[in-house]
Write a protein that binds this ligand. Structure first.
Ligand code: 5FU
Length: 276
């Protein structure tokens, strides 16, 4: 049956990519398809949020370049927390350049993303060479790549044939591309009769998830966990401000409460999906 009707555990056992297996395994173990996007600019707030949500998430999503007080100890502590609470790390870097440049951006500079992020992502706009470049760094480290197939923002150009072409690019590199940022499940999309899509299992990570708001003032659009996981077949819900609000002087009790609320909503939607 198609992957979205299988359990995360069944998929974990079969997946060819180590980062995908680890993520799917942790989702089942922790009963969580929640990823918290920790978009704050001070490392104290960053770690306060991660400490609070750690037990409730399968994945922590970072924008490491927005931290104003970044230093390499941030990475050490992030890795410790990833091991302690068993979550994977996803740097939402959205690479978008030629292969040779993205290979440098992924491995070098201040952040050395490939050293610590189990998963990162890339736009499809440069074509297949962006995957070749990132794979040259990521494959030897057992990393996984997510392609942006659909964005959540109003007026996004990631529609129709662009989305289909992104899926075709992923299909050609199933050893490294483990899934998509998207709003719907994607397996089989854009496939021709001769494509071998049996066993294709792309994880779909959906940002733009909120229970209390429908959007923000800058074009973000929110859907509920029920809509993205049950109705649209996505696998992971990505939630930022729905969990920590403004992200300044965070109230960790409130953050914990919201994380538990989103974890429960995401898991209920998944249970309903695999049981039908
Ligand atoms: F690729 C995408 C996308 O299409 N929409 C997004 O919102 C990524 N995001 C990220 O998810 C965005 O960069 C934020 O880090 C996060 C959403 O945060 P929010 O506070 O839940 O709106």
């Amino acid at each position: 049956s198609s992957p979205h009707l299988q359990t995360y555990n069944e998929r974990a056992k079969k997946h060819a990519n180590k980062a995908a297996r680890a993520l799917l395994g942790v989702m089942e173990e922790k009963q969580s398809n929640l990823s918290v996007s920790v978009d704050v600019t001070k490392s104290k707030d960053f770690f306060d949020i991660i400490e609070a949500v750690g037990p409730h998430v399968c994945l922590i999503k970072t924008h490491i370049d927005i931290l104003e007080d970044f230093d390499p100890t941030v990475i050490d502590r992030l890795r410790e927390l990833s091991e302690k609470h068993k979550f994977s790390i996803f740097e939402d870097r959205k690479f978008a350049d030629i292969g040779s440049t993205v290979a440098l951006q992924y491995s070098k500079g201040i952040y050395k993303i490939a050293d610590w992020a189990h998963i990162t992502n890339a736009h499809a706009v440069p074509g297949p060479s962006i995957i070749t470049g990132l794979a040259s760094v990521g494959i030897p480290k057992d990393r996984g790549l997510i392609l942006l197939a659909e964005m959540s923002s109003k007026g996004a150009l990631t529609t129709g044939s662009y989305t289909e072409d992104a899926v075709r690019m992923a299909r050609a590199r199933r050893d490294f591309v483990i899934g998509f940022i998207a709003q719907h499940r994607m397996e089989g999309i854009g496939a021709s009769d001769t494509d071998n899509i049996a066993g294709e299992d792309f994880l779909v990570l959906a940002p733009g998830v909120g229970l209390d708001a429908t959007g923000d003032a800058m074009g973000q659009q929110y859907r509920t966990p029920e809509q993205v996981v049950f109705e649209s077949g996505c696998d992971v819900i990505i939630v930022g401000r729905g969990i920590y609000g403004k992200g300044e002087n965070v109230d960790t009790r409130e953050v914990l409460k919201q994380a538990q609320r989103y974890q429960a909503a995401g898991w209920e939607a998944y249970k309903k999906r695999v049981q039908r």
